[in-house]
Design a protein around this ligand. Structure first.
Ligand SMILES: *Cc1c(COP(=O)(O)O)cnc(C)c1O
Length: 234
């Protein structure tokens, strides 16, 4: 379990060095622990070490982790592909933000469900910035129309944008994906399509968080560099 604590220290150091290099405040970037497939006892070590933000990809993992991590204080975001038939389940759990809003159907369904619950939910729009067909997320060309539609739904509060960059071990190859997300956000704000408060950029993972921070990430999502390699499910 010491490995987890050391790994977190190492990631925090990488984050602060990247912030320094980019001339940004260290606390302008949050670390989200991507905890898919990670056992609750290992997650507990990270929470005990002071981490407060977790991200899950599958609703099925919420239930067991809710039980096993009960009593601990942390915030959890949903960062995976949300199937339409799982929308009814997501309202059962405390989810701080759904980062993976990426279709009109999902938007409608979430709105209806949260309306019934009488509450709202924070969301981020997931954009496919790498043009890989295997990736989820909106085509950048469709983002403006999507944002205009999203405005009609009071239950869905836009916090910003999320992307999974180009899958490549070379962080420089990934950079254009992150630049694209930042530019999309900046344009949407300057054209008055979204509020300047909807400015979060969730981007950057274990291999390329420095690049993402240089490009303006406000949340980096780190899994394997903290919890070790896992069987890929992405
Ligand atoms: C798994 C995952 C991550 C973390 O990836 P690592 O390379 O393990 O750091 C980030 N974002 C999403 C959406 C993920 O599913």
């Amino acid at each position: 379990m010491n490995d987890i604590i050391n790994n977190i220290k190492n990631i925090r150091k990488r984050m602060s060095q990247a912030c320094e290099k980019a001339g940004r405040e260290v606390d302008s970037v949050r670390l989200l622990l991507a905890t898919k497939t990670v056992a609750a006892e290992r997650i507990r070590v990270a929470i005990d070490a002071g981490e407060t933000l977790l991200g899950e990809n599958r609703i099925q993992e919420f239930e067991v982790k809710n039980r096993e991590l009960s009593g601990l204080k942390y915030e959890r975001h949903f960062i995976g592909h949300l199937q339409l038939n799982k929308v009814k389940d997501i309202v059962k759990y405390e989810v701080g933000c759904i980062q993976s809003l990426e279709s009109i159907e999902l938007m409608h369904k979430l709105d209806r469900r949260f309306m019934e619950e009488g509450r709202s939910i924070d969301v981020m729009v997931q954009v496919n910035t790498s043009f890989e067909t295997s990736k989820f997320g909106l085509d950048p060309e469709n983002v403006v129309a999507f944002l205009k539609e999203l405005k009609k739904y009071d239950t869905l509060k836009l916090k910003g944008f999320m992307t999974i960059g180009l899958f490549d071990s070379d962080a420089e190859t990934v950079r254009p994906s992150y630049t694209r997300l930042r530019e999309l956000r900046d344009r949407a704000i300057s054209e008055g399509i979204i509020s300047p408060e909807s400015r979060e950029l969730s981007m950057g993972m274990s291999n390329d968080l420095e690049t993402a921070i240089e490009e303006g990430a406000t949340i980096v999502r780190v899994g394997s560099a903290i919890f070790g390699t896992r069987t890929p499910i992405l």
